[in-house]
Design a protein around this ligand. Sequence first.
Ligand code: LMR
Length: 327
Amino acid sequence: MKTLVASILACASLLTFNAAEAKPIEIKFSHVVAENTPKGQMALKFKELAEAALPGQVEVKVYPNSQLYTDETVLQAMQLGDIEMAAPALSKFQAYTDQLQLFDLPFLFKDIDAVDRFQRGPQGQALLKSMESKMLVGLGFLHNGMKQLSANDPIRVPADISGKKFRIMTSDVLQAQFEAVQAIPLKKPFAEVFTLLQTKAIDGQESPWSNTYASKFFEVQKYVTETNHGILDYMVVTSSEFWYGLPDDVRAKLTVAMNEAIAYGNKVAIEQDAADRQHILDSGKTEIITLTDAERQQWVDAMKPVWNMFIDEIGADLVNAALKANN
Ligand code: LMR
Protein backbone atom coordinates (compact mmCIF):
# COMPACT_ATOMS: atom_id res chain seq x y z
CA MET A 1 0.00 0.00 0.00
CA LYS A 2 2.79 2.34 1.06
CA THR A 3 4.55 1.68 -2.24
CA LEU A 4 1.34 2.42 -4.18
CA VAL A 5 0.81 5.77 -2.37
CA ALA A 6 4.46 6.65 -2.88
CA SER A 7 4.28 5.98 -6.63
CA ILE A 8 1.00 7.95 -6.97
CA LEU A 9 2.64 10.89 -5.18
CA ALA A 10 5.71 10.58 -7.36
CA CYS A 11 3.54 10.60 -10.51
CA ALA A 12 1.56 13.62 -9.26
CA SER A 13 4.69 15.61 -8.51
CA LEU A 14 6.11 14.69 -11.91
CA LEU A 15 2.90 15.94 -13.57
CA THR A 16 3.01 19.20 -11.60
CA PHE A 17 6.65 19.59 -12.50
CA ASN A 18 5.88 18.99 -16.20
CA ALA A 19 2.98 21.47 -16.20
CA ALA A 20 5.16 24.09 -14.53
CA GLU A 21 7.98 23.40 -16.99
CA ALA A 22 5.78 23.16 -20.14
CA LYS A 23 6.56 26.14 -22.30
CA PRO A 24 3.55 28.18 -23.47
CA ILE A 25 2.70 28.05 -27.16
CA GLU A 26 4.20 31.21 -28.62
CA ILE A 27 2.14 33.18 -31.12
CA LYS A 28 4.09 35.95 -32.83
CA PHE A 29 1.66 38.45 -34.42
CA SER A 30 3.39 40.78 -36.86
CA HIS A 31 1.83 43.84 -38.46
CA VAL A 32 2.92 47.04 -40.15
CA VAL A 33 0.85 49.81 -38.59
CA ALA A 34 0.89 51.76 -35.33
CA GLU A 35 -0.67 50.45 -32.14
CA ASN A 36 -3.29 53.22 -32.16
CA THR A 37 -4.98 51.90 -35.31
CA PRO A 38 -7.85 49.39 -35.66
CA LYS A 39 -5.38 46.60 -36.48
CA GLY A 40 -2.96 47.59 -33.71
CA GLN A 41 -5.81 47.61 -31.20
CA MET A 42 -7.25 44.32 -32.44
CA ALA A 43 -3.88 42.57 -32.11
CA LEU A 44 -3.45 43.79 -28.51
CA LYS A 45 -7.02 42.76 -27.67
CA PHE A 46 -6.34 39.29 -29.08
CA LYS A 47 -3.25 39.01 -26.87
CA GLU A 48 -5.28 40.02 -23.80
CA LEU A 49 -8.18 37.64 -24.52
CA ALA A 50 -6.09 34.67 -25.67
CA GLU A 51 -3.75 34.81 -22.68
CA ALA A 52 -6.72 35.19 -20.29
CA ALA A 53 -8.51 32.21 -21.84
CA LEU A 54 -5.38 30.02 -21.84
CA PRO A 55 -3.32 31.18 -18.87
CA GLY A 56 0.22 29.84 -19.03
CA GLN A 57 -0.63 27.89 -22.18
CA VAL A 58 -0.20 30.56 -24.83
CA GLU A 59 1.89 33.67 -25.08
CA VAL A 60 1.05 36.22 -27.77
CA LYS A 61 3.81 38.60 -28.81
CA VAL A 62 2.63 41.50 -30.94
CA TYR A 63 5.16 43.26 -33.21
CA PRO A 64 3.71 46.52 -34.69
CA ASN A 65 5.20 49.03 -37.17
CA SER A 66 6.94 46.46 -39.43
CA GLN A 67 9.34 45.70 -36.53
CA LEU A 68 9.55 42.05 -37.51
CA TYR A 69 8.34 41.76 -41.11
CA THR A 70 6.90 43.93 -43.85
CA ASP A 71 3.71 42.76 -45.57
CA GLU A 72 5.91 41.92 -48.53
CA THR A 73 7.81 39.28 -46.52
CA VAL A 74 5.45 38.14 -43.77
CA LEU A 75 3.41 35.56 -45.68
CA GLN A 76 6.45 33.69 -46.88
CA ALA A 77 7.82 33.73 -43.33
CA MET A 78 4.50 32.29 -42.18
CA GLN A 79 4.68 29.48 -44.71
CA LEU A 80 8.18 28.71 -43.41
CA GLY A 81 6.90 28.58 -39.81
CA ASP A 82 8.84 31.65 -38.63
CA ILE A 83 5.75 33.65 -37.65
CA GLU A 84 2.29 32.51 -36.55
CA MET A 85 -0.10 35.41 -37.25
CA ALA A 86 -0.42 38.54 -39.37
CA ALA A 87 -3.21 40.65 -40.81
CA PRO A 88 -2.09 42.10 -44.15
CA ALA A 89 -4.39 44.31 -46.17
CA LEU A 90 -6.46 42.32 -48.66
CA SER A 91 -4.43 43.99 -51.42
CA LYS A 92 -1.34 42.06 -50.33
CA PHE A 93 -2.48 38.50 -51.16
CA GLN A 94 -2.21 38.66 -54.94
CA ALA A 95 0.60 36.08 -55.06
CA TYR A 96 -1.64 33.59 -53.19
CA THR A 97 -5.10 34.02 -54.72
CA ASP A 98 -6.67 36.05 -57.53
CA GLN A 99 -9.99 36.23 -55.75
CA LEU A 100 -9.04 38.76 -53.08
CA GLN A 101 -8.29 41.27 -55.83
CA LEU A 102 -12.04 41.84 -55.68
CA PHE A 103 -11.58 44.18 -52.72
CA ASP A 104 -9.32 46.52 -54.71
CA LEU A 105 -11.80 47.17 -57.52
CA PRO A 106 -12.40 50.95 -57.38
CA PHE A 107 -15.91 52.12 -56.46
CA LEU A 108 -17.15 48.56 -55.86
CA PHE A 109 -18.48 48.86 -52.30
CA LYS A 110 -20.46 51.92 -51.34
CA ASP A 111 -19.32 51.83 -47.70
CA ILE A 112 -17.83 49.62 -44.97
CA ASP A 113 -21.28 48.28 -44.00
CA ALA A 114 -21.60 46.85 -47.50
CA VAL A 115 -18.13 45.30 -47.20
CA ASP A 116 -19.20 43.79 -43.89
CA ARG A 117 -22.40 42.32 -45.37
CA PHE A 118 -20.44 40.74 -48.21
CA GLN A 119 -17.74 39.32 -45.93
CA ARG A 120 -20.34 37.74 -43.63
CA GLY A 121 -22.12 36.09 -46.56
CA PRO A 122 -21.24 32.66 -48.01
CA GLN A 123 -18.93 33.99 -50.76
CA GLY A 124 -17.06 36.20 -48.28
CA GLN A 125 -16.63 33.39 -45.78
CA ALA A 126 -15.38 31.04 -48.51
CA LEU A 127 -12.58 33.51 -49.25
CA LEU A 128 -11.13 32.81 -45.80
CA LYS A 129 -10.37 29.31 -47.06
CA SER A 130 -9.20 30.34 -50.52
CA MET A 131 -5.48 30.02 -49.68
CA GLU A 132 -5.44 26.73 -47.78
CA SER A 133 -3.63 25.04 -50.67
CA LYS A 134 -0.87 27.61 -50.02
CA MET A 135 -0.84 26.73 -46.30
CA LEU A 136 -2.60 29.97 -45.25
CA VAL A 137 -5.83 29.96 -43.22
CA GLY A 138 -8.00 33.06 -42.85
CA LEU A 139 -9.24 33.53 -39.29
CA GLY A 140 -11.43 36.53 -40.08
CA PHE A 141 -11.76 39.86 -41.85
CA LEU A 142 -11.01 43.13 -40.12
CA HIS A 143 -12.07 46.59 -41.25
CA ASN A 144 -10.09 49.77 -41.52
CA GLY A 145 -11.96 52.19 -43.76
CA MET A 146 -12.57 53.79 -47.13
CA LYS A 147 -9.46 55.15 -48.88
CA GLN A 148 -8.80 58.83 -49.59
CA LEU A 149 -6.15 60.44 -51.78
CA SER A 150 -3.49 62.73 -50.33
CA ALA A 151 -1.07 65.02 -52.17
CA ASN A 152 0.69 68.37 -51.96
CA ASP A 153 -1.49 69.87 -54.68
CA PRO A 154 -5.26 70.12 -54.50
CA ILE A 155 -6.87 67.16 -56.25
CA ARG A 156 -10.42 67.46 -57.49
CA VAL A 157 -10.62 65.64 -60.79
CA PRO A 158 -8.57 62.84 -62.38
CA ALA A 159 -6.65 65.29 -64.57
CA ASP A 160 -5.17 66.75 -61.36
CA ILE A 161 -3.07 63.62 -60.74
CA SER A 162 -1.99 63.00 -64.29
CA GLY A 163 1.78 62.36 -64.31
CA LYS A 164 2.02 62.36 -60.50
CA LYS A 165 3.67 59.53 -58.55
CA PHE A 166 1.48 57.70 -56.05
CA ARG A 167 2.55 55.00 -53.65
CA ILE A 168 0.37 51.89 -53.85
CA MET A 169 0.25 48.52 -52.11
CA THR A 170 1.48 45.47 -54.02
CA SER A 171 -1.64 45.05 -56.15
CA ASP A 172 -2.03 44.99 -59.92
CA VAL A 173 -5.60 46.26 -59.57
CA LEU A 174 -4.37 49.34 -57.73
CA GLN A 175 -1.69 49.79 -60.37
CA ALA A 176 -4.34 49.71 -63.11
CA GLN A 177 -6.54 52.08 -61.09
CA PHE A 178 -3.86 54.78 -61.05
CA GLU A 179 -2.80 54.13 -64.63
CA ALA A 180 -6.43 54.64 -65.65
CA VAL A 181 -6.09 58.27 -64.56
CA GLN A 182 -2.61 58.68 -66.09
CA ALA A 183 -0.86 58.78 -62.71
CA ILE A 184 2.34 56.83 -61.96
CA PRO A 185 1.78 54.12 -59.33
CA LEU A 186 4.75 52.80 -57.35
CA LYS A 187 4.47 49.61 -55.26
CA LYS A 188 6.25 50.34 -51.98
CA PRO A 189 6.16 48.86 -48.46
CA PHE A 190 4.08 50.77 -45.93
CA ALA A 191 7.13 51.46 -43.74
CA GLU A 192 8.67 53.59 -46.53
CA VAL A 193 5.67 55.80 -47.27
CA PHE A 194 6.32 58.63 -44.81
CA THR A 195 9.92 59.13 -45.96
CA LEU A 196 8.94 58.92 -49.62
CA LEU A 197 6.37 61.65 -49.05
CA GLN A 198 8.64 63.75 -46.87
CA THR A 199 11.49 63.69 -49.38
CA LYS A 200 9.01 64.29 -52.22
CA ALA A 201 10.19 61.13 -53.97
CA ILE A 202 6.46 60.57 -54.49
CA ASP A 203 3.61 63.06 -54.78
CA GLY A 204 0.87 61.27 -52.93
CA GLN A 205 -0.69 58.13 -51.53
CA GLU A 206 -4.05 56.48 -50.84
CA SER A 207 -5.09 55.40 -47.33
CA PRO A 208 -8.02 55.45 -44.94
CA TRP A 209 -8.10 58.29 -42.42
CA SER A 210 -6.62 56.18 -39.59
CA ASN A 211 -3.38 55.38 -41.46
CA THR A 212 -2.98 58.91 -42.82
CA TYR A 213 -3.30 60.16 -39.26
CA ALA A 214 -1.45 57.48 -37.23
CA SER A 215 1.50 57.34 -39.64
CA LYS A 216 1.61 61.14 -39.84
CA PHE A 217 1.29 61.29 -43.63
CA PHE A 218 -0.89 64.37 -43.15
CA GLU A 219 2.11 66.22 -41.73
CA VAL A 220 3.84 66.01 -45.10
CA GLN A 221 0.78 66.33 -47.36
CA LYS A 222 -1.09 69.61 -47.77
CA TYR A 223 -4.34 68.11 -49.06
CA VAL A 224 -6.49 65.04 -48.56
CA THR A 225 -9.29 64.56 -51.06
CA GLU A 226 -12.27 62.65 -49.71
CA THR A 227 -12.79 60.30 -52.65
CA ASN A 228 -13.91 57.12 -50.83
CA HIS A 229 -12.79 55.40 -54.03
CA GLY A 230 -11.86 52.06 -52.49
CA ILE A 231 -11.50 50.18 -49.25
CA LEU A 232 -8.69 49.03 -47.01
CA ASP A 233 -9.61 45.89 -45.09
CA TYR A 234 -7.55 43.03 -43.71
CA MET A 235 -7.53 39.29 -43.37
CA VAL A 236 -6.11 37.83 -40.19
CA VAL A 237 -4.12 34.80 -41.32
CA THR A 238 -2.17 31.98 -39.81
CA SER A 239 -0.42 28.96 -41.27
CA SER A 240 -2.44 25.76 -41.65
CA GLU A 241 0.41 23.75 -40.19
CA PHE A 242 0.43 25.83 -37.01
CA TRP A 243 -3.35 26.17 -36.72
CA TYR A 244 -4.38 22.57 -37.35
CA GLY A 245 -1.42 21.35 -35.30
CA LEU A 246 -2.83 22.98 -32.15
CA PRO A 247 -4.76 20.86 -29.61
CA ASP A 248 -8.51 21.11 -30.40
CA ASP A 249 -9.37 22.83 -27.13
CA VAL A 250 -6.64 25.46 -27.60
CA ARG A 251 -7.74 26.16 -31.19
CA ALA A 252 -11.36 26.50 -30.02
CA LYS A 253 -10.45 29.03 -27.32
CA LEU A 254 -8.19 30.98 -29.69
CA THR A 255 -11.04 31.11 -32.21
CA VAL A 256 -13.35 32.65 -29.62
CA ALA A 257 -10.63 35.16 -28.62
CA MET A 258 -9.97 36.07 -32.25
CA ASN A 259 -13.65 36.60 -33.05
CA GLU A 260 -14.01 38.87 -30.05
CA ALA A 261 -10.80 40.76 -30.87
CA ILE A 262 -11.97 41.32 -34.45
CA ALA A 263 -15.37 42.60 -33.26
CA TYR A 264 -13.49 45.01 -31.01
CA GLY A 265 -11.14 46.07 -33.84
CA ASN A 266 -14.12 46.71 -36.10
CA LYS A 267 -15.68 48.96 -33.47
CA VAL A 268 -12.40 50.87 -33.20
CA ALA A 269 -12.29 51.15 -37.01
CA ILE A 270 -15.67 52.85 -37.15
CA GLU A 271 -14.89 55.21 -34.28
CA GLN A 272 -11.40 56.09 -35.55
CA ASP A 273 -12.48 56.72 -39.11
CA ALA A 274 -14.48 59.77 -38.05
CA ALA A 275 -12.16 60.74 -35.17
CA ASP A 276 -8.95 60.66 -37.24
CA ARG A 277 -10.54 62.67 -40.05
CA GLN A 278 -11.34 65.27 -37.40
CA HIS A 279 -7.79 65.08 -35.94
CA ILE A 280 -6.36 65.83 -39.38
CA LEU A 281 -8.79 68.71 -39.85
CA ASP A 282 -7.99 70.09 -36.38
CA SER A 283 -4.23 69.93 -37.05
CA GLY A 284 -4.58 72.83 -39.46
CA LYS A 285 -1.76 71.27 -41.48
CA THR A 286 -3.88 69.62 -44.12
CA GLU A 287 -6.90 70.82 -46.02
CA ILE A 288 -9.66 68.29 -46.62
CA ILE A 289 -11.24 68.59 -50.04
CA THR A 290 -14.75 67.25 -50.51
CA LEU A 291 -15.92 66.58 -54.05
CA THR A 292 -19.09 67.65 -55.79
CA ASP A 293 -21.17 64.83 -57.28
CA ALA A 294 -19.99 65.83 -60.75
CA GLU A 295 -16.33 65.76 -59.73
CA ARG A 296 -16.68 62.37 -58.05
CA GLN A 297 -18.44 61.01 -61.13
CA GLN A 298 -15.33 61.83 -63.18
CA TRP A 299 -13.30 59.48 -60.94
CA VAL A 300 -15.93 56.76 -61.23
CA ASP A 301 -16.01 57.07 -65.03
CA ALA A 302 -12.21 56.97 -65.30
CA MET A 303 -11.51 54.17 -62.83
CA LYS A 304 -14.42 51.75 -63.15
CA PRO A 305 -13.29 50.34 -66.55
CA VAL A 306 -10.48 48.67 -64.54
CA TRP A 307 -13.06 46.07 -63.45
CA ASN A 308 -13.12 44.59 -66.96
CA MET A 309 -9.38 43.90 -66.81
CA PHE A 310 -9.71 41.67 -63.71
CA ILE A 311 -13.22 40.26 -63.74
CA ASP A 312 -12.21 36.91 -65.29
CA GLU A 313 -9.44 36.35 -62.73
CA ILE A 314 -11.65 37.33 -59.80
CA GLY A 315 -14.85 35.69 -61.03
CA ALA A 316 -18.03 37.48 -62.11
CA ASP A 317 -20.04 35.62 -59.44
CA LEU A 318 -17.94 37.21 -56.69
CA VAL A 319 -18.25 40.68 -58.19
CA ASN A 320 -22.03 40.26 -58.43
CA ALA A 321 -22.25 39.07 -54.83
CA ALA A 322 -20.24 42.12 -53.75
CA LEU A 323 -22.53 44.45 -55.70
CA LYS A 324 -25.60 42.87 -54.10
CA ALA A 325 -24.17 43.71 -50.68
CA ASN A 326 -24.52 47.41 -51.56
CA ASN A 327 -28.35 47.13 -51.36
C1 LMR B 1 -0.67 49.75 -46.60
O1 LMR B 1 0.33 49.15 -46.97
O2 LMR B 1 -0.99 50.88 -46.96
C2 LMR B 1 -1.59 49.08 -45.60
O3 LMR B 1 -1.61 47.71 -45.86
C3 LMR B 1 -1.10 49.33 -44.21
C4 LMR B 1 -2.03 48.64 -43.21
O4 LMR B 1 -1.73 47.53 -42.80
O5 LMR B 1 -3.04 49.26 -42.88
